[in-house]
Design a protein around this ligand. Structure first.
Ligand SMILES: CC(C)(COP(=O)(O)OP(=O)(O)OC[C@H]1O[C@@H](n2cnc3c(N)ncnc32)[C@H](O)[C@@H]1OP(=O)(O)O)[C@@H](O)C(=O)NCCC(=O)NCCS
Length: 205
């Protein structure tokens, strides 16, 4: 959905619903001005937690951040900056946490349910060596079910679905459903967006 379409929808809502939508987008806009790389019409529904050091965060227009979302973007100084990029028309569910030490890139029109964790780092290492940090890429139109965990170095292809509770340690092919711990491919999926006609995927900026 584009901002113009959203405004059009707003006109057909009750005054209370319209006021609440205006409030959450106004709030998101101010938050984007203060904390993100660029200004955007983001919907922030409450309690957004941002931890940012040596890093940049960008969130696309019309993306919905549900209460309790945490964006942790902490690089290691100098050229080792961290980055979180969330595309347009995404939804990030309640209490979902995104932890970037280098890059977490989420494509347009992706839905991440509640209580998920996405991390490109481990914060510690298993051999007393330096912490391993490997970028995570989530394609356009990906659906991640509740309580899923996506670990460092993973690429999830366009239109893929991650089942609830999955722990994803390896790449996921486009339009594939993965489930379990560790997540394994279960079947091909035709496209889950059918039930959400308002979600459109457009070219990445
Ligand atoms: C992803 C999901 C929608 C897939 O549903 P579906 O297409 O009907 O899939 P199916 O029920 O046909 O399952 C296919 C196989 O995967 C398995 N499977 C499905 N979900 C699973 C899960 N969460 N964990 C482990 N295995 C799972 C099934 O047992 C089945 O295995 P089988 O072929 O051996 O019998 C569903 O599994 C799911 O996770 N739902 C929760 C969605 C959610 O979190 N929504 C939050 C709002 S965004």
């Amino acid at each position: 959905m584009r901002p113009a379409e959203f405004l059009n929808k707003l006109i057909h809502r009750s005054p209370l619903q319209a006021a609440s939508a205006v409030f959450r987008f106004a709030r998101g806009y101010v938050i984007s001005c203060l904390n993100f790389e660029r200004r955007a019409l983001v919907s922030v529904r409450g309690g957004l937690r941002i931890v940012r050091r040596d890093g940049t965060i960008s969130v696309g227009d019309m993306t919905d951040l549900w209460p309790g979302v945490k964006l942790s973007c902490q690089g290691r100084g100098g050229v080792d900056r961290a980055r979180i990029r969330i595309g347009r028309n995404c939804s990030i569910g309640d209490r979902t946490e995104i932890h970037a030490g280098r890059l977490i890139d989420i494509g347009h029109g992706s839905i991440i349910a509640w209580d998920c964790v996405i991390m490109d780092r481990d914060y510690h290492s298993t051999d007393n060596g330096p912490e391993l940090v490997r970028p995570v890429t989530i394609g356009n139109g990906v659906w991640i079910g509740c309580r899923a965990i996506i670990l460092k170095g993973v690429t999830i292809g366009e239109g893929a679905v991650v089942a609830a509770g999955a722990v994803v340690t390896k790449d996921v092919s486009p339009f594939t459903l993965v489930a379990g711990n560790p997540a394994r491919a279960v079947k091909r999926v035709a496209g889950w967006r059918k039930g959400r006609p308002s979600l459109t995927i457009s070219r990445k900026t």
